[in-house]
Design a protein around this ligand. Structure first.
Ligand SMILES: *[C@@H]1O[C@H](CO)[C@@H](O)[C@H](O)[C@H]1NC(C)=O
Ligand SMILES: *[C@@H]1O[C@H](CO)[C@@H](O)[C@H](O)[C@H]1NC(C)=O
Ligand SMILES: *[C@@H]1O[C@H](CO)[C@@H](O)[C@H](O)[C@H]1NC(C)=O
Ligand SMILES: *[C@@H]1O[C@H](CO)[C@@H](O)[C@H](O)[C@H]1NC(C)=O
Length: 820
């Protein structure tokens, strides 16, 4: 898909003439003087053509397609009226075409109602306002825009107007306030029949949704690209027009001296971007059910806010090119979002609303989320490990939107009513609504006193008794816009100025979809948690952040009476006995794992006492994970500093892959304990940029490493599991263990993927001082029954080959596996 990278160079400069008195042309003379001056200047600079073109006042045609729709009625006409008022003395002339599918006799009265409702800002007198409204009404007209002929008619009409008024054309602004499926078709009609005369600009404004995943967004972008150039497209995200959001970058820049030292992982505890709504989606289900809250709010609005908060600051905040480029860079450093970085919910009544509005039967279930909380991370040193929480939902307890940067606070205040230092340290970009009611930027007083970001903003010092995010308003420095403006009015003025900072470029759009699409697919068949709505939600949607993952704080567990019966406290005992003439410990899973953890720790302490070091070899697979967690969370005195961790076996995949045993061991154990890096011994499955090739001698290399570090190659403790087929380590039934000879490490084959493995051999295992065989789960019961009966048979049940030469073997079997 072609994306023009140099549109910004061709953008015409717009210079505002000095403000004048009216439309009557009395200030034209003055403007012409300015113009001549500019022409003279630009002739020297050598850009005469472009500049001259841009400076000449001309005629502007605004065409709203979908002019009688909700959005147009609510925001667009008001926004264009404000544009008109601001431009009245610019020397430009305007005409507003309200387009719709209905014929003119039906559309005209509807449009008239919408136009009548526009209002002036406070600083315009009533008389003047009446005059302006009257002019605006006379300059606006409904017209049917349906067929190609309609668009050709429109073009003819515009040309007529230009001739009649003797004006050159400045440009044409099309605002497509129609469903997205109509975009490509309308764009084509505009391209084929409504392009402006040469030298004038064309700007086409589009509203979300821009696709529902990466592919559809790309497809739409390429369809639009056939008709419109990238610089002609203005994709609106109305959040970028919100006053507070549009000041995030200026705030970061103005307060650089305070923020630079603290805007990083060492100081930021976490970032939260939150939009809560109280409404449901009745009446919009046919749209909403296909999108859901992630596509509707997170992928666009919240993601945009996130990029503004974390992107590298542009050297020139007015340079659209630099701003968009820096945004793009943040996208490329965002870590992929996986399923455990999201929780989803759906309000209870949604199901029946869907059944009703989509005409479905009572058993129809929709999995569309109406609530979501997602945890993002940026893979850059500056933000490494800083959780970024994006959350939004319908039918919540209040309507509010904000972005909060919560800083770490290491202060301890002894006296109860002492200073502010111990209170939360935070910066809040408050979009509006909620308890505070007005948009504002709040900085807690224990951080710094921020500079006022704009002359249109003021500091608030008179406070009502309200608290914002856990801190009384009087504990903040607060600034707010002197006049509240609608996002659409802001954005319309940016479009008119040709300023692209606050719009979504094709590249940014696709980057955002490539972040969200994999998460959306992985959630496609997940059941959202059902919530009642409003204050009744209680703590049901509270989430907990744990490392990279996020989960609901309360587990909703439905326990049936028969699930509860059967066990009593007496059953939670550890039983000792014999299994295959070796020692056996048996208990319910949790007790068993604790017992094993205690045994490993005892072995570790004994080894460290005797020889100053403990050599532990661990298996892969899912069974040991519970043990790892136990060690991490309960065994803080484990001598990790003197422990070397070895691997029993490894799959021949890159260590970065989820399937890698080392990867899992790292995630669940090693990264949480204080073990020196050089004590960790992953198996060298990847050598010379390839995986487990015999001639790379990876197995031999591991064997040498083992012999070098471990006295007599006798590991202190080897933890093994056993597979359903009787395999242990990566020694599978039918594999010819005799071929391993004297080697301690070998490449082996598994019947299941990934087939290639590297494994300790029985030679290595049976040299160990202690071997533990951990077997858990009902699924293993049958195997345990068989094993209790069979003789040693290495070929059929490789696990029967575990027989330490001088050391001890203990089976750890949970009751599920033992008793079924
Ligand atoms: C617009 O239409 C013309 C033909 O009328 C075509 O050559 C051109 O590629 C189209 N697209 C753009 C972006 O100009
Ligand atoms: C900043 O960018 C704007 C828009 O591209 C440009 O007009 C202005 O000259 C730039 N300022 C500096 C200091 O480069
Ligand atoms: C709803 O479905 C029923 C049965 O399938 C059908 O008769 C009816 O016309 C449908 N109503 C609407 C509004 O689609
Ligand atoms: C190594 O092992 C042998 C016998 O197994 C033992 O006698 C010797 O003390 C050990 N060496 C060290 C340094 O632990």
């Amino acid at each position: 898909m072609p994306v023009s990278r140099d549109w910004y160079r061709k953008r015409p400069l717009t210079v505002q003439p000095p403000p004048g008195r009216g439309l009557d042309g009395s200030d034209q003379r003055m403007f012409v003087t300015v113009l001549l001056l500019l022409v003279a200047l630009s002739a020297r600079g050598g850009h005469s053509e472009e500049t001259e073109e841009a400076q000449r006042p001309g005629h502007v045609s605004v065409i709203i397609v979908g002019a009688t729709g909700d959005l147009a009625k609510k925001y667009l006409w008001q926004g264009f009226f404000q544009l008109y008022v601001n431009q009245v003395s610019s020397g430009n002339t305007f005409f507003f075409h309200g387009g719709g599918l209905s014929p003119a006799d039906k559309g005209t009265p509807v449009l008239f109602e919408a136009l009548k409702a526009v209002s002036c800002s406070k600083d315009v007198s009533q008389e003047r306002c009446a005059v302006l409204k009257d002019q605006f009404l006379r300059l606006s007209q409904y017209r049917q825009l349906k067929t190609l002929e309609d668009y050709q008619e429109l073009a003819k009409h515009i040309e007529q107007q230009l001739q009649e008024e003797g004006m050159t054309e400045a440009g044409r602004l099309f605002y497509l306030s129609v469903p997205a499926f109509a975009y490509a078709d309308i764009a084509e009609k505009i391209n084929s029949s409504c392009r402006p005369t040469s030298g004038a600009w064309l700007r086409v404004v589009l509203e979300k949704p821009f696709g529902h995943d990466f592919r559809s967004a790309q497809l739409l972008a390429s369809h639009l690209g056939n008709s419109l150039k990238d610089e002609e497209m203005y994709r609106i995200d109305h959040y970028l027009g919100k006053q507070v959001v549009s000041k995030i970058l200026p705030f970061r820049i103005e307060n650089r001296e305070f923020l630079d030292p603290i805007w990083n992982k060492h100081y930021i505890e976490r970032i939260e971007i939150v939009v809560k709504e109280t409404l449901d989606v009745t009446g919009r289900i046919p749209f909403y059910d296909q999108y859901g809250v992630i596509r509707d709010v997170l992928q666009n609005h919240l993601t945009e806010v996130m990029t503004l908060l974390t992107m590298k600051l542009p050297k020139n905040v007015s340079s659209s090119e630099e701003v968009l480029q820096n945004k793009l860079e943040i996208f490329s450093s965002l870590l992929p979002l996986a399923k455990n970085q999201a929780v989803i919910g759906q309000y209870q009544a949604y199901k029946s609303e869907v059944q009703q509005e989509l005409n479905k039967t009572k058993d129809h279930v929709s999995l569309t989320p109406t609530f979501a909380a997602v945890l993002a991370h940026i893979d850059e040193t500056q933000y490494e490990g800083v959780p970024i929480l994006l959350t939004s939902g319908k039918m919540l307890d209040e309507r509010v939107g904000y972005a909060r940067i919560l800083f770490k606070n290491d202060m301890f205040c002894l006296q109860r009513h002492n200073g502010i230092h111990c209170k939360p340290k935070q910066i809040v970009f408050y979009f509006g609504h909620g308890d505070l009611q007005y948009p504002a930027i709040l900085v807690s007083k224990n951080l710094f006193k921020p500079a006022l970001i704009d002359s249109d903003w003021k500091e608030v010092t008179e406070h009502t008794d309200v608290s914002v995010l856990g801190l009384s308003i009087s504990d903040y420095y607060v600034q707010t816009p002197t006049e509240q403006r609608e996002a659409y009015a802001e954005l319309i003025s940016h479009i008119f100025a040709g300023c692209k900072n606050s719009f979504i470029s094709t590249e940014n759009l696709l980057a955002s979809w490539s972040l969200w699409t994999p998460l959306l697919s992985s959630l496609a068949s997940s059941f959202p948690r059902i919530y009642p709505g409003g204050v009744d939600n209680g703590g049901l949607l509270d989430v907990r952040l744990k490392g990279r993952d996020i989960s609901y704080n309360s587990e909703v567990v439905i326990i049936t009476p028969d699930q509860m019966g059967g066990t009593s406290a007496n059953d939670f005992q550890v039983m000792q006995g014999k299994f295959r003439s070796a020692d056996m410990v048996s208990a319910w899973a949790e007790e068993l794992v604790e017992r094993l953890a205690v045994d490993i720790q005892e072995a570790a302490e004994a080894a460290v006492r005797e020889s100053g070091v403990f050599h532990l070899a661990l298996s892969g697979g899912s069974t040991p994970l519970a043990l790892f967690h136990r060690l991490v969370l309960h065994h803080f005195s484990f001598p990790w500093r003197d422990t070397h961790v070895w691997m029993v076996d490894e799959r021949c995949v890159p260590l970065t892959e989820l399937e890698s045993n080392f990867h899992s061991m790292h995630d669940h154990l090693l990264q949480h304990v204080r073990i020196p890096y050089y004590n960790i011994h992953p198996m060298p499955v990847q050598l010379n940029q390839r995986l487990c090739v015999e001639e790379d001698r990876g197995a031999l290399q591991y064997e040498k490493e083992l012999s070098k570090w471990v006295n007599g190659s006798s590991l202190h403790f080897v933890l093994l599991g056993v597979g359903y087929d009787g395999h242990t380590a990566s020694l599978f039934p039918g594999s010819k263990v005799s071929e391993h000879g004297e080697s301690l490490v070998a490449l082996t084959e598994s019947p299941i993927k990934p087939h290639q493995r590297m494994s300790l051999t029985f030679n290595a295992i049976n040299r160990a001082h202690r071997v533990a065989l951990l077997v858990m789960g009902k699924g293993k019961h049958e195997l345990i029954t068989q094993l209790s009966r069979v003789k040693d048979n290495l070929d059929k049940y490789p696990v029967t080959g575990v027989k330490p030469d001088h050391g001890t073997l203990v089976w750890y079997i949970d009751y599920d596996a033992l008793l079924g």
